[in-house]
Design a protein around this ligand. Structure first.
Ligand SMILES: [Zn+2]
Length: 72
């Protein structure tokens, strides 16, 4: 299966990603684990406003992308 390097292009750190909280609009930096899969989804409480966000993490093209959706 896919065995891509965990090291991104241009020294991008794939162990850290940022998302914008859907509730308070703060940018939250989170540690991420590339070895857990190229597509991840989990619920995490915002450290600023304590509202739950559905975090989506995607490792693609040597980059990590993260975003949040309000948990319903
Ligand atoms: Zn928040």
């Amino acid at each position: 299966m896919a065995s891509e390097s965990f090291h991104g292009q241009q020294g991008v750190d794939l162990n850290e990603a940022a998302y914008t909280c859907d509730h308070c609009g703060e940018e939250i930096v989170i540690p991420v684990d590339p070895s857990a899969g190229v597509r991840q989804e989990y619920v995490e409480d915002c450290p600023v406003c304590c509202s739950p966000n559905l975090i989506q993490v995607e490792f693609t093209g040597g980059e990590v992308r993260a975003w949040a959706e309000a948990e319903s």
